[in-house]
Design a protein around this ligand. Sequence first.
Ligand code: G6P
Length: 460
Amino acid sequence: MLVASNRGPVSYALDKETGELTARRGGGGLVSGLSAIGPDAGALWVCSALGDGDREAVRRGVGEDGVRMLDIDADVHADAYNGIANSVLWFVHHLLYQTPLEPVFDAEFRRQWVSYEAYNRAFAEALADEAAEGASVIVQDYHLTLVPGMLRELRPDLRIGHFSHTPWAPVDYFRMLPDDIAEQVLRGMLGADRLGFLTRRWADAFTACADALVGGLGSTRVGVHGLGADADFLRARSHQADVGERMAALRGQIGEGRKAIVRVDRTELSKNIVRGMLAYRQLLEDRPSWRERVVHVAFAYPSRQDLAVYRDYTAEVQRLADEINSQYGTPGWTPVVLHVKDDFARSLAAYRLADVALVNPIRDGMNLVAKEVPVVSDEGCVLVLSREAGAHEELGEDAITVNPYDVIATARALHEALTMPVDERAEHTKRLAAAATALPPAQWFLDQLHALEETPTTGP
Ligand code: G6P
């Protein structure tokens, strides 16, 4: 069995002075989910070298068992990953364009698309080379939409699956792509025997695109697998000493007796961190009684900083936090505590002490934070959840639902969350935790694999 994804389970940082390589775990939902397969499963995980550290690791032959990192030319990778995957396909699926001026599909786009094809081909060839006769291959995400079709041509004997960790765009939005590109993406995906999505909504959106643009799904099956949180791991990890230390430090920053509205995200356009802060400011404005009694703890750790829009967004998050703090802060109270350094132990600490978790994405494939918080919460936590997060399909009943664009309604939801009676909040948290852990990562993966193995192949 083989898995393919752009980001692998580890990435390496190279110390330019000492030449030392240090490994660190990748972030995001994909790695969180797939890490459950572990080195003992006998699987091979094919991923891309992402930076200089990774490339150096490949050259030195450093690596983990069961992982093959592809040393794809850095410029080709940059065009494919930054240019196409993250600036076009990610934007399309998350509805992120400011459409009066973008997207513009020009010659530069076409040039980058050729790199995207080359990068997909490198994966297809590596998989074709590694896979045993009749093996199952599960390709991950929007970076690798062309791989199933390419691999099917190279190796008709394989069972090929593809899983999307993102939403899928509605037909009208997807059709912004040039016609031939839209068709190539769909046909690439439909090279798979089976396509997996995180929710019914995204699966239906894909099917609608296939119906509208390429005459339907053909023999490809579509299934839904809602990745859940890993309760055992999270509960054990969140009670280790380093998490306790960070809780004490956070408590110090928040102040005794104050409530905490927590959010933890990659600094990602689709996560809607800015409107979250605007809603918090609105709360302080509308209900002055909350001043000095609540703190917005926002963890927004760096992501995709090669892209100017992400750097600008990161700066805007910082600027707005500063503005709110200077507008409302008092000597003993910092209204927004913003941390931008990725620290998993600190995230768990925040989960444990949160009174309210704010998860308000514009659009999100699933959102694992919404599922992790209720699992580790010490005393119950109210979840304010965007109806546009995939997780809403499973958690909506026990959350306070918000329209992510409506800052005033979000402020109201925060107030409602802050004032929920403790027993009610504990009751919701219990149900949220149960729903959130219904399909833990290892089971999520096995379900996909079994479903793929039972799918009649489209090959000859
Ligand atoms: C989302 C995507 C993943 C991606 C992750 C982190 O979860 O679906 O494919 O790995 O974000 O983003 P990055 O660009 O840092 O890999």
